[in-house]
Write a protein that binds this ligand. Structure first.
Ligand code: HEM
Length: 516
């Protein structure tokens, strides 16, 4: 039997050798300013574990808008100004287009680092998968396969909200699962959140996200741990990772197969996987296909839920924004029909409102980290190959020079003098820019235009007649990879008129008739 003492000695020696190599003999360069940290572990213990952006914000105030800190000998760069994020992540995308090493996410939960959001250059598939997905997710491709599905789901959302307005949070969560499930697989809508498929999707997404949090697993900082056997104490993550992989592969394998079978049976319904099966199966394996589609469902579900709920919270605090949105929709759409994708571009206030929501409360306050594939020099500072780079999105979106009185919610920030919509680079940068940007923006446009067309929303009142509303304090919002809003609040949602409910019901019936 292997002697535990001998093994501990080997591990101790490996740790010491690694420390000598990476920390003690760190080459002397002009690195960006930042916290000094402790020997070996660097700034590991100084970072707010649940909300790293709180610590990052403090450091940016203390050291400036380019900060470097070290953890276990690895450099991490923080960019707190739009110009720095654009200069590095966008203009130098050839250097900063990679992701950091996340052993659990890249080698365990998905095979061969295929998961597109975390794939590294060395895995060799990111470029291919991005090109493949990009063909279907570009703006001009969406009317063909995504918009009809989204329109149907929005009609169902409105009907369910009209029937059970007090359950709005669950109804919205169910809606976004259905949008992603049906745009990706044409599976058919699940009516409620307690459906087992929804639980499986949520579990798979949560497990993917946990593994994408930098440093959640020690092996991300000390990759040599991956070479130790799984039976050693503290190595349970290896088994866990493989179980989670099995969960993802089984779930998305079943959904992929069902879409394929429908196609083979002569019932091809429009969806992303249908498009891939039609045109791209000579480029990828089936397992790559399931991993790509899993990534799409993961990336879209929670982000769309969070942004929709944020917009409802905004209406509770800014009733004038709700009124203005209702007026702008009524002017273009009238009261005799529901909004449609044909109205995209015709109601700039709604698009500007969605962009301002992305800015005002960013769902991913530090986005997803990039990594440098080679040494670089920026603003006189040396940035070593392998540096992990965070664009501090929330901080950037609160820059007073760009967004005066940033705490105020003002869609007008995104309207130019002719009333047309300006851009906000909210969707990331360069080779890692959000691939679902257009799908997300178009879905949110239709959801919000339809919601304000159909409903009023206001907060309940306490005994003294004061509104009861969810907290806006970012520390009361969610933590870890993203910062979702509170979901346990009440709101009073009422139809603007009875005729609206009749029109919604007719739209749902028409959708059913055209599907059969
Ligand atoms: C409100 C909704 C959404 C928000 C706020 C959002 C935000 C983001 C952000 C910040 C990134 C990282 C960009 C970077 O690293 O520079 C990202 C990446 C990504 N997003 Fe989204 N996203 C949303 C919806 C979606 C949807 C609906 C899809 C799929 C249809 C999607 C697919 C992706 C993919 C595949 C990546 C990884 C890109 C890569 O690493 O190459 N996202 N998203």
């Amino acid at each position: 039997m292997l002697n535990i003492n001998a093994l501990a000695l080997v591990c101790g020696f490996a740790l010491f050798a690694w420390w000598i190599g990476t920390v003690l003999f760190k080459p002397k360069h002009n690195y960006p300013p930042g916290p000094k940290g402790l020997p070996i572990i660097g700034s590991l213990l100084a970072i707010n574990n649940e909300r790293p952006w709180v610590t990052y914000d403090q450091w940016a105030r203390q050291y400036g808008d380019i900060v470097m800190y070290w953890v276990m000998g690895k450099p991490v760069l923080l960019l707190g100004k739009m110009e720095h994020a654009e200069n590095l992540l966008q203009k130098r995308m050839m250097t900063y287009g990679d992701r950091p090493q996340l052993v659990m996410a890249q080698e365990y939960v998905t095979q061969n680092g295929w998961y597109i959001g975390t794939a590294r250059a060395e895995h060799g598939t990111h470029k291919k998968h991005r090109k493949l997905l990009g063909q279907h997710l570009r703006k001009s491709a969406l009317p063909d396969w995504a918009q009809p599905v989204e329109l149907r789901e929005v009609h169902l959302l409105l009907q369910r909200l009209g029937e059970q307005p007090q359950r709005f949070v669950n109804i919205i969560k169910c809606f976004t699962v259905n949008v992603m499930l049906n745009t990706t697989f044409a599976h058919g809508s699940v009516p409620t959140l307690d459906n087992p498929l929804v639980s499986r999707i949520n579990a798979a997404t949560d497990h993917q996200f946990v593994t994408q949090i930098m440093g959640r697993f020690w092996v991300d900082y000390m990759p040599f741990l991956d070479y130790l056997p799984a039976w050693l104490p503290g190595m349970g993550w290896k088994k866990q990772g493989l179980l989670w992989r099995d969960e993802v592969d089984t779930l998305y394998g079943e959904l992929w197969d069902a879409t394929k079978k429908r196609r083979e049976a002569g019932d091809p319904r429009p969806c992303l996987v249908q498009k891939i099966l039609e045109t791209q199966m000579d480029e990828i394996s089936e397992l790559e296909g399931t991993t790509i589609s899993a990534a799409v469902v993961d990336a879209g579900t929670e982000t769309l839920t969070a942004t929709t709920i944020i917009l409802l919270i905004i209406f509770l605090y800014y009733p004038d924004v709700l009124r203005k949105a209702q007026r702008s929709v009524d002017e273009v759409v009238g009261r005799d029909r529901l909004p449609s994708f044909g109205d995209l571009g015709r109601i700039p206030y709604i698009t500007a409102m969605v962009r301002e929501a992305f800015r005002w409360r960013t769902v991913a306050p530090v986005a997803i980290p990039h990594a440098a594939v080679r040494d670089d020099v920026y603003a006189g500072y040396f940035i070593p190959k392998g540096t992990t780079v965070f664009a501090l999105s929330q901080r950037i979106h609160e820059d007073e020079e760009l967004y005066p009185n940033h705490e105020d919610f003002k869609p007008e920030r995104f309207l130019d003098k002719d009333g047309q919509v300006n851009n906000l680079p909210h969707a990331g940068f360069g080779f890692r820019k959000c691939l679902g940007q257009h799908l997300a923006e178009e879905t949110l446009f239709l959801v919000m235009a339809s919601f304000v067309w159909a409903f009023d929303i206001r907060p309940p009142l306490d005994k003294e007649g004061r509104p009861i509303r969810p907290s806006l304090d970012p520390l009361d919002w969610g933590a870890f990879l993203a910062s979702p809003p509170p979901m346990d609040f009440e709101a009073i949602i009422t139809p603007r008129c009875e005729a609206a409910i009749k029109i919604i019901n007719e739209a749902v019936e028409q959708d059913k008739a055209s599907a059969s």
